[in-house]
Write a protein of this length. Structure first.
Ligand SMILES: Cc1cc2nc3c(=O)[nH]c(=O)nc-3n(C[C@H](O)[C@H](O)[C@H](O)COP(=O)(O)O)c2cc1C
Ligand code: SF4
Ligand code: FES
Lengths: 193, 446
């Protein structure tokens, strides 16, 4: 797939035309821009990128980033440099559900490595890979503030804590049957698993 | 158990809602400050309280507020640092998730003191769901007339917004946070100018941690002098400690500063001792950045005095034999833990999180991770210990922001106190990872 480094002229015009927020989302974006002083609309970049990522397939394609730049009246490069700096923005396609397993100290002390290996085996992928059906991506991340309920993983807006292999099984089952994109912006963050 | 000022209503159902929070005395500080005190009087109470920044550095909050420049006609900002990404730290999440109004109340009272009319809570992106909880609390506060125009009928007005980050530890550093809030990469700025003079959009800005801001409400309610009576010496008030690792009761505890470390670890009121009847080996007392200490030195200072949970006592002995209270991220390790492997997770973390602006940090953190990887692979030589020592020394104090120091200190401390572990691995050419994963060790799958 393309990366942010592509020249604008290479983009697929047809694809670009499909990248457009609905009126409802656009209203949300306008509300966000109002939080900042006049002329400081660039401050809305991170929040708007989160929304764009959730709206356009779970990742930020060059077309999506250009679209965000046009909405905020900033140059595309200002979007690319931000999108590539922060770990939550994916500039490559990912699965519908991205499992982000914390691997830092407290989680490691509580078996995070075993969780990672278990998921790798179960989904038949390695870290940073996506299952063939495009359902799951596995990533390792750094401390997510669940050290007291370690080990943990984040998927979309939900934190799954005190993980066991059984919990991982149940999660995979549940997400597979629901078969939808999980985003950080999801409202149903109250998880029972 | 000691006095609680932040989590005293932890047991109250629905304390996250405005009605319940208000019915339990919430927003009293807003009423008192806006109706009966001048902004400077609020700042004076904070000064008298001795409150020190709870984000890690422990800088006196009242003093920081008094540095805020107040040029005519220029807006001033209060920005709450809810980036909480220091490994081992989860107290701000706990407070915001369960007591969102405690932060909103603190933001209003503090913004009033500083003369800010627009304030932001910058929260790490991974805490998106916590941002939703805060936004709900903010909506309720607007509806109740605690935010917006002419709060409680006074002529003070304030708008409060939540801003989500994008996943980057460095955005917890206050100037990187401001860059990020301006929609840029989180590259720390060179200081001076300090945010108090030129912060958000170049305007005077105060950046404070979640817990610091929440503490302002009880300080205004009880008065700074009363608050200062809690704690010991210059460590006044209460502190949230995030306890994790091999303890029986991991979680967030509000302690009166001054509780003995030994009591904190072993008492049923707090961590409840070491899991599975094991012995304790080491503690990282204030988040990943502070020096790790072996059991002898965390329980007692080098002089043999009991170590207390205060800024001063934990730092007693400097880095030779002491550590820091830091962010209050208290990670306990049992006798089976490999300090080398724990350090490896830290070096990987700092390498991942370096923003890359300064060569010593960008290159040094990468090197340290590589050398630590050799220890994990069992291919390290004894000379690699000297190499690590050398690299960390070349980062410390030579960078734009303190992330460089934060990456160097854990390496130095692990070698200082646990050198034999490194030597053993280098000698045996083998790294034995002990299975201390209690929850999972009966599962052979992995
Ligand atoms: C690399 C780095 C990360 C930091 N992360 C945080 C953080 O997540 N939360 C926080 O409150 N302070 C953090 N700080 C400290 C802030 O720069 C700043 O000192 C603090 O927000 C000031 O608030 P306080 O005085 O209320 O503690 C960090 C500092 C550095 C150098
Ligand atoms: S010390 Fe590291 S994180 Fe801080 S500014 Fe320099 S490179 Fe960036
Ligand atoms: S170490 Fe994994 S959540 Fe903190």
């Amino acid at each position: 797939m393309s990366t942010h480094a592509h020249g604008t002229q290479n983009f697929d015009k047809a694809k670009r035309a499909t990248i457009k927020f609905s009126d409802e989302i656009m209203a949300q974006v306008q509300e966000i821009i109002k939080r900042y002083p006049t002329g400081k609309q660039k401050s809305a970049l991170l929040p708007v990128l989160h929304i764009a990522q959730a709206e356009f397939g779970g990742w930020l394609s060059p077309e999506t980033m250009d679209y965000v730049a046009s909405i905020l009246s900033i140059r595309p490069i200002e979007v690319y440099e931000v999108a590539t700096f922060y770990t939550m923005f994916h500039t490559q396609p990912v699965g519908k559900c991205t499992f982000e397993v914390c691997q830092t100290s407290s989680c490691w002390l509580n078996g995070a490595e075993d969780i990672v290996r278990y998921i790798e085996k179960k989904l038949n992928i390695k870290v940073d890979e996506t299952t063939k059906d495009g359902m799951f991506t596995l990533k390792t991340v750094e401390c997510l503030g669940s050290c007291g309920t370690a080990p943990m993983l984040q998927c979309g807006a939900s934190f799954h804590e005190n993980l066991t292999f059984e919990k991982v099984d149940a999660l995979i089952e549940k997400y597979r049957s629901e078969n939808r994109l999980r985003s950080y912006t999801d409202l149903d963050y109250n998880n029972t698993l | 158990m000691g006095k609680k000022l932040l989590l005293h209503n932890d047991h109250v159902p629905n304390i996250h809602t405005y009605e319940v929070y208000r019915a339990h005395g919430g927003y009293a500080s807003v009423e008192k400050a806006l109706k009966t005190m001048t902004p400077d009087q609020v700042t004076d109470e904070v000064k008298k309280s001795g409150l020190r920044g709870r984000g890690g550095a422990g800088f006196p909050t009242g003093l920081k507020w008094s540095f805020l420049a107040k040029p005519e006609g220029v807006p001033r900002y209060l920005v709450c640092n809810a980036d909480e990404s220091e490994p081992g730290t989860f107290k701000d999440r706990y407070l915001m998730e369960r007591h969102p109004h405690a932060l909103v109340e603190g933001m209003i009272t503090s913004s009033y003191a500083l003369g800010a009319h627009t304030s932001y809570i910058y929260i790490r992106g991974e805490y998106f769901y916590v941002a939703r909880i805060l936004e709900q609390a903010i909506r309720e506060a607007y509806a109740a007339g605690m935010l917006g125009k002419n709060i409680l009928g006074t002529n003070y007005s304030l708008d409060l917004y939540v801003q989500v980050g994008g996943g980057a530890y460095i955005c917890g550093e206050e100037t990187a946070l401001l860059e990020s809030l301006e929609g840029k990469r989180g590259n720390p700025r060179i200081k001076p100018p300090f945010p108090a003079v030129a912060g958000l959009y170049g305007c005077p800005t105060v950046v404070n941690n979640v817990e610091t801001i929440a503490a302002v409400a009880p300080i205004v309610n009880m008065g700074g002098e009363e608050y200062a009576k809690i704690g010991i010496g210059k460590s006044t008030g209460t502190k949230l400690i995030s306890a994790s690792g091999h303890i029986n009761k991991p979680g967030v505890y509000e302690i009166e500063l001054g509780v003995p470390v030994e009591e904190f670890i072993y008492s049923e009121a707090y961590c409840g001792g070491i899991r599975n009847g094991k012995k304790m080996k080491a503690v990282v007392a204030g988040g990943s950045s502070v020096p790790i200490l072996p059991t002898e030195l965390i329980l007692k200072t080098a002089k043999g005095e009991p170590r207390l949970m205060t800024y001063e006592s934990l730092a007693d002995g400097g880095f030779q034999t002491g550590t820091m209270l830091g962010s209050g991220g208290f990670i306990v390790m049992d006798e089976d833990t490999s300090v080398v492997k724990n350090l490896f997770t830290f070096t990987r973390f700092y390498h991942h999180e370096s923003c890359g602006q300064c060569s010593p940090c960008r290159e040094g953190t990468g090197w340290m991770e590589k050398v630590m990887q050799k220890f994990i692979d069992g291919t390290a030589n004894e000379s690699d210990i000297d190499l690590l020592w050398d690299i960390q020394g070349k980062i410390e104090g030579k960078t734009i922001c303190p992330l460089g120091d934060a990456a160097a200190w854990p390496v130095a401390a692990a070698i200082r106190h646990f050198k034999q572990e490194f030597i053993d691995i280098a000698k045996q050419k083998k790294f034995n990872d002990v299975k201390h994963y209690y929850r999972l060790n009966n599962l052979t799958e992995a």
